[in-house]
Design a binder for this molecule. Structure first.
Ligand SMILES: Cc1cc2nc3c(=O)[nH]c(=O)nc-3n(C[C@H](O)[C@H](O)[C@H](O)COP(=O)(O)OP(=O)(O)OC[C@H]3O[C@@H](n4cnc5c(N)ncnc54)[C@H](O)[C@@H]3O)c2cc1C
Length: 381
């Protein structure tokens, strides 16, 4: 950013601006242990999600052809580091996948025996929620077969597993859901930032000294009633609407917009396919009703009526039939270890798919036949 010259610099070209809104979000933070990233990827973008789904599914496929019992157990052990909403929701989803969706898809392994461990350095999960709700979420996760380790800071993450409080836990799939750091907007602007790298903004979300530059969403740092606004979508959306109004007022030559005020509608988190916890003002809900509310809220905020309708039918169908694209393995990149590449061939044969083209639905029987063919071909070639 060239704030003095009012230009956004993009490689060879630059774009002049009258008003600038920066909303470049956040990425994972490994709290100074960046070397852990290759072994414990995080979830932030759609690409991350596709990569993680692929990694999880390939672990089951690798376990199916693994003959060494210890290696097989390591392949069937999934560790999630960080028990905030993302960690809790993803742990529940993996438990559902392993213990229910894939339960009868393999011959050599029993996916129901999959070990799923949620590790948290703090004394409890879901710190943003009231303790009573966090306890209920913990019990729901335990019912799904998840092991929860609180007060357990991770000390090392490597290709073969994690070290927690001096104990090594062999696991071939480790997922990082422990922390985020803001984008580098602070550096681009030469602005003051907080500990997480978020740009400290004024009460109208502008950069101090630059009334025409605004920073919003996960990359902005603003406190309200002594508490930092959380990095969630409603904050980003309300800030976006507010800044649009500020700019419209300025352009109309009007002054006197009140400072930005965030109105929280509460917190929601799901645990598996029919349990959630909801906190909204004095309302505390758990169980199926909370889960239905979670669905309604997420569908309501989707853009466009057609999207809402389609997603509603798709989710209802998947819920009732458990028939969804959970098994789809899409193509990876050349930097993956060779053992994974061999499995890619296996999986590609199974799914009869090429990059980014969904596989046709197969019956259980044909999946198994292809599985064996794929394994044989992969081993031969
Ligand atoms: C797994 C997960 C689950 C979540 N679940 C919830 C939830 O249930 N409810 C909730 O309220 N919040 C949830 N959040 C948080 C929510 O997604 C964020 O708070 C919200 O997206 C922040 O919006 P934003 O516009 O600040 O940033 P983002 O939505 O992250 O958008 C930033 C955009 O800027 C782009 N960008 C970055 N750098 C540059 C650059 N140099 N040039 C150009 N573009 C750039 C990025 O590619 C990205 O598209 C979740 C987050 C994650 C990761």
């Amino acid at each position: 950013m060239d704030v003095q010259g009012q230009r956004v610099l993009m490689h060879e070209r630059s774009v002049p601006y009258d008003y600038l809104i920066l909303a470049t979000g956040a990425r994972h933070s490994y709290f100074g242990h960046d070397a852990w990233e290759p072994f414990a990827p995080g979830l932030k973008s759609i690409d991350d999600a596709a990569m993680l789904r692929r990694k999880i599914l390939l672990a089951f496929e690798a376990a199916e052809i693994e003959t060494d019992p210890e290696q097989r157990q390591a392949l069937l052990t999934f560790v999630l580091v960080g028990a905030g909403p993302t960690g809790v929701e993803m742990t529940g989803a993996i438990a559902e996948l392993a213990h229910k969706t894939l339960a009868s898809d393999f011959r050599q392994i029993d996916p129901k025996a999959t070990r799923i461990v949620l590790v948290e350095a703090l004394p409890r999960i879901l710190l943003a929620f009231p303790e009573s709700l966090a306890k209920k979420a913990e019990r729901a996760l335990t019912r799904l077969g998840v092991e929860i380790k609180t007060n357990s800071p991770v000390e090392a993450i490597e290709s073969e597993g994690v070290v927690i409080a001096g104990n090594r836990l062999p696991a071939r799939t480790v997922i990082w859901t422990a922390g985020v750091a803001a984008s580098r907007a602070g550096q681009w602007l030469g602005a003051e930032v907080d500990r997480a790298g978020r740009v400290k903004v004024g009460s109208d979300l502008s950069l101090p000294g630059h009334p025409n530059v605004f920073v919003i969403g996960d990359t902005a740092s603003l406190s309200q009633k002594g508490k930092l606004l959380p990095g969630v979508a409603p904050v980003a959306m309300q800030e976006g609407r507010y800044v649009a109004q500020v700019i419209a007022q300025c352009m109309a030559g009007k002054k006197g917009m009140p400072p930005f005020r965030y109105r929280s509608h509460g917190n929601l988190a799901t645990v598996g396919r029919s349990f959630a916890v909801v906190e909204s003002g004095p309302l505390r809900l758990t169980g199926f009703l909370a889960w239905a509310m979670w669905l309604a809220v997420h569908i309501f905020y989707l853009i466009g009526f057609r999207n809402r309708l389609l997603i509603m039918f798709q989710w209802a169908w998947e819920y009732l039939t458990r028939e969804h694209s959970a098994r789809l393995i899409t193509c990876g990149d050349a930097t993956e270890p060779s053992s994974w590449q061999q499995l890619t061939l296996t999986s590609t044969l199974q799914e009869s798919s090429v990059c980014h083209e969904p596989a046709p639905q197969q019956s259980q029987g044909s999946r198994r036949d292809n599985n064996e063919r794929g394994v044989r071909l992969a081993q031969e070639g």
